[in-house]
Design a protein around this ligand. Sequence first.
Ligand code: FAD
Length: 233
Amino acid sequence: MTEWDKSVDLLIVGSGGGGMVAALATLDAGLEPLVIEKQALVGGSTGLSGGMVWLPNNPLMRRDGIADSHEDGLAYLADVVGDIGAPSSPARREMFLTAGSEMITFLLRKGVRLIRCPGWSDYYPNHKGGNAAGRGVEGIPFDAAELGAWSDKVQPSMARNFGFVVLTNELRSVQYFNRAPRAFAGFDALTPTESFGVARDGSRVVLSVRNSVSSIAVAENVPGIDAPAGRSQ
Ligand SMILES: Cc1cc2nc3c(=O)[nH]c(=O)nc-3n(C[C@H](O)[C@H](O)[C@H](O)COP(=O)(O)OP(=O)(O)OC[C@H]3O[C@@H](n4cnc5c(N)ncnc54)[C@H](O)[C@@H]3O)c2cc1C
């Protein structure tokens, strides 16, 4: 008979957003997960990504009274994506919209700090079901020192190479600072707090939604690759 090193309720392959959320949900259900990762760092392409979750009629929009609906989300997908068969079937779209909202609610309950991206319009707001108010959700950046020993094991975001960390809406001001007075004002307001702040303390690593889940996973003691010093696996 095969001798296994470890036996768990759910074996999760990959420590990207999908894997980490699955691990949290497993723990939340009172079961034991194990995350395995082939890379040296935790986070996958999620850790490198822009970190914005596009989700029509998401819980943060509903909380803030932003007009949107499940039906508009479906209408937008139908108009923009069209009928492309199985990869974007009606069942998948339903699941995306329904489970997506459940996931955001779940992550908020677990303590992941998420905010809306107001004004970050759909790419085609004039299409059927389109929304210009912003259907994006992203994480509030936090100091990686909160992760303790895990901070060196988490995929740093690409923003680290730019030297500063901004929210998605703020990035617009940074990119287009020389195009409009309002963008320059936004950029100007950010510069001292972000750019200079990081320059003063070059070792500071700031993580966002991409790795917010990692932070919560550490707090929840998700069993995985290496437990941080002082934690049981
Ligand atoms: C630069 C960039 C920017 C992006 N920006 C956005 C954005 O703003 N919004 C958005 O919605 N999407 C964005 N995306 C896409 C998004 O990041 C991905 O679709 C999403 O992160 C995929 O998540 P995942 O959990 O499925 O996979 P991943 O995050 O890629 O995680 C998969 C993990 O599995 C591991 N793995 C694979 N095979 C094995 C194995 N055999 N054994 C062990 N481990 C294994 C990998 O090493 C990896 O760590 C962006 C992507 C990139 C690259």
